[in-house]
Design a protein around this ligand. Sequence first.
Ligand code: SF4
Length: 211
Amino acid sequence: MTNNYQRIYHKLFNFYGPQNWWPADTTFEMMIGAILVQNTNWRNVEKALMNVKPYLTPERMEKLTTEELAQLIRSSGFFNIKAKRIKAFLKWFKTYDYDIATIKKLDKQTRRNELLSINGIGRETADVMLLYAFDQPMFVVDAYARRIFYRLGFNMPSAYDNFREQVEEAVPGSLQLFNEFHALLVEHAKVYCQKMPICEGCPLLEICEQR
Ligand code: SF4
């Protein structure tokens, strides 16, 4: 039986089509992008990624000083903090010889806990990495998901993991589904369910309480 979450997913997917996320050439670039996008928009991240492109392997990036890295990622905002976060992430990644396949072999709770123990990697960043870099089906809770579900009329738990688990239990989905679900919610928040929503023509209008 289709539940409300599945309905939302299908309506968004039918309307926007596959999003094929994450926009990155390599898994390493994806993970760096996940840190750079904290508290900023993707346009600013793209500029930072362009600047840092010649160093987009862990071995090359490791050789940059924190200050050099900060200057390269300046356009992403909070660049000194983000440079330190990337350095902390690289330090952790190096303990696995920068090998994604080895990290994928860890059990999923250990992998998540390790990411969360890195300075500056919170739940949202960790879960985005788990989903798009380590192929772990996760529902990512972000401000867009909160906004959309609230307006639709859902009473979602305020605690991050309770919110995430509620959706994951209702949508026992594949990696592909969760990959698309997060991307579709981001797209929907940008196109229709903006800060000031454009409800006319919205694909969710008929099931939305428009709170
Ligand atoms: S109908 Fe309006 S409030 Fe509801 S999801 Fe669509 S844009 Fe958002």
